[in-house]
Design a protein around this ligand. Sequence first.
Ligand SMILES: *Cc1c(COP(=O)(O)O)cnc(C)c1O
Length: 472
Amino acid sequence: MQSNPNETQSILRRLPAVHEILDGPEIKDAEEAEKLPRWALRQAARNVLDLQREAILRGDLTEPDPLDRTHAEVLREARKLLLRSLRPVVNATGVILHTNLGRAPLAEEAVRALQEVSVGYSNLEFDLDSGKRGLRYEHVEELLCSLTGAEAALVVNNNAAAVYLALRVLAKGKGVIVSRGELIEIGGSFRIPDILRESDATLVEVGTTNRTHLKDYEQAIGSSTGLLLKVHPSNYRVMGFHKEVSTEELVALGRRYGLPVMEDLGSGCLMEPGIPGLVREPLVSDVLRSGADLVTFSGDKLLGGPQAGILLGRKETLETIQRHPLNRVLRIDKLTLAALEVTLLLYRDPQTARTRIPAMAMLSIPEATLRRRAQRLAGKLRKSLPASFTVSLRSVTGRAGGGSMPMDAIPGVGISLQSSRVRAEEILVRLRGASPPVIARIEQDEVILDVRTLRKGEDRLILQAVQIFSTC
Ligand SMILES: *Cc1c(COP(=O)(O)O)cnc(C)c1O
């Protein structure tokens, strides 16, 4: 219906003014009770009025909303404005290194270090012995070397940056030989062929998807070859009729032709997680012992630390990379460095690493412990939820996530929530809307809360979150 411009103007004139809304008794009461700041209420009133104005201009609203409804909306909007965008969530998905949920949770020790270093000043690039300028990398280099047997180490913003930087420095304008079975894509649009192109190296694909032989690499070597690259396939595996060339073989070939060998390990395991039945991820120290000139991996995958890219290898190689201007662009920040150093310190004693680093600890929780925890929480949920809900235990399979150990379905225990009144999808949405949000998943039409990834004290948060169902 075409609205009359005069009519529209007269509706618009009946909209209340911001100060009128703010003077409403409901607003005043809530302002005092919830300590809502004035700026938030004023901004909220403007936003709500803007929406009504647009609706009137579209012809969707023929009268301004009644004042009590406007007040309620302003309060809801003001509370929303006060929420931070990046917030903690409860991870009930059972995926330990969930990339969308921030990958590895940090050890308490790492969080303390991060906090101490960030509230004041630090010796980030200051040598306390000489009083002269120091290098930020020195805070972790020796530690990384002693944990892995590497000659030298460098850390950057993330592993994608580490791979890009290494390729750019070592292989710009040259050919990089990679097996077709290793031309992978990790989530978040990290693809080996794209990263090679961006670093100005030429991709030389060899072998086939499932089988690549040493002679394939050798036949591809030419005068423009600069690097032999091996990539850990991370998030997938080729099963069956499969052949890949080992790091040792590739290193031997590289030596014969005077070519460096780089291996992108992705996850980068510093020690055996010590869990029976898990498919073994290559250990960083093994790859270095095989003679690779350069190894790269993430700080926040199986290592269980902050987002970082770690480069280990030969001294000369790493010195060249460290001095390159691109390293300055991709440099690691002090908060990350503080958390990384402390996470690495925990690895000096494997038992400490297994218990103090959350990702490691979550991987190794025995099924019996998970079952006990699930039973306890399920009991409390039954008491908190209305009769229309059924709470039961399910055997589930968890995942390491983050492209680590893709073949390992880790047996775990989940709590299933079903309701005769609320659809599974709706339960999921409402749990996400809780504060803090609870992230669960649906399996066979049941909402599953996987207890493996719940941290201490989060049972209480889940019980709080399900209060929204008390009227269902
Ligand atoms: C995860 C991964 C990357 C990217 O690492 P980020 O730390 O996410 O930047 C690169 N290569 C491989 C093989 C990976 O698994």
